[in-house]
Write a protein that binds this ligand. Structure first.
Ligand SMILES: [Fe+2]
Length: 287
């Protein structure tokens, strides 16, 4: 069945040709969503090979935020030097120099990220700033205390829960916003945790686009009249003011789905409107 709204699996996206002379690392870089999908921002999935380096660069036109799906790296953002691991969200404001070194000798570093409100990579103002001097990578210059960092680095484990209401169609256990307006971000990283047999019922966001990524587990999703399996590695794009819902139908597995409310600082700014329950009729295609 043809879909009206974009659902893209990372494995179905052809990696870009990376220009190593502009500081790009050995690895694979995929643009998963951008203006071709009607999205106001560019969403990427990036793999840095073991020991690969993404040299110093900045984006003069947009904030960037990424999430570490797996791996272990040294990240530089402005004056910050910090080790990042699976579960970290990093916020890089517009125009700030940044770089990455995959510290793992055997494993790739896998990231998902956004160029906020830049609808194509070309519009981000990518500016290659040169090699990473040895000094910058010296272990003595690393900091592990995130409270000392100038730019926000947030780990999943430390994110406070956002209060959601069953009266407004939430049946999952919790929801959170790792990076939101409180960090100065104009686009919110959110994180949906769906325990077994939980559903976020039909709703829409009047003021923002939403992107959801299936990080772990599988779900069944509705956007408009589309009904789709939402499997690990899928990105789902939901335009503003469009009815959508997401169900974890598994009896045992959890579904973890981070994503974005684009252009708003959090759920409370998104114009959330509860529409109604997901019915047996909605789920019948699945049965
Ligand atoms: Fe939503």
């Amino acid at each position: 069945m043809d879909l009206e709204y974009p659902l893209v699996h990372v494995n179905d996206v052809t990696p870009e040709k990376l220009n190593l002379s502009e500081g790009w690392p050995d690895g694979e870089y995929r643009i998963v969503l951008d203006k071709k999908h009607g999205c106001s921002s560019t969403i990427y999935y990036s793999i840095l090979a073991s020991n690969a380096v993404h040299k110093k660069h900045k984006h003069s036109e947009c904030d960037e935020m990424y999430y570490v799906v797996s791996g272990h790296a040294l990240a530089g953002v402005g004056p910050d030097r910090v080790e990042i691991f699976s579960g970290h969200y990093h916020y890089i404001p517009k125009g700030i120099e940044h770089w990455l070194v995959n510290l793992n000798r055997n494993e790739p570093l896998v990231l998902i990220g956004i160029y906020d409100r830049c609808p194509s990579f070309e519009l981000t103002g990518y500016d290659f700033l040169g090699d990473i001097p040895k000094n910058d990578m010296d272990i003595s210059s690393r900091t592990l205390r995130t409270k000392d960092l100038k730019y926000h680095l947030v780990h999943d484990d430390s994110v406070p829960l956002v209060k959601v209401s069953r009266n407004e169609g939430w049946t999952q256990d919790y929801f959170c916003e790792p990076i939101n307006r409180s960090h100065g971000a104009e686009t919110c990283w959110m994180y949906g945790y769906f325990g077994p047999k939980t559903i976020h019922m039909k709703h829409k966001h009047k003021f923002c686009e939403e992107v959801c990524y299936a990080l772990k587990g599988s779900g069944y999703a509705g956007v408009g009249n589309d009904r789709v399996d939402f499997n690990e590695g899928h990105f789902h794009y939901i335009p503003r003011n469009t009815e959508h819902w997401l169900a974890n139908l598994s009896e045992e597995e959890v579904l973890i789905a981070p994503g974005f409310y684009i252009g708003v600082g959090g759920l409370d700014e998104s114009g959330f409107e509860y529409i109604g329950p997901v019915t047996d009729n909605d789920l019948k295609l699945k049965k």
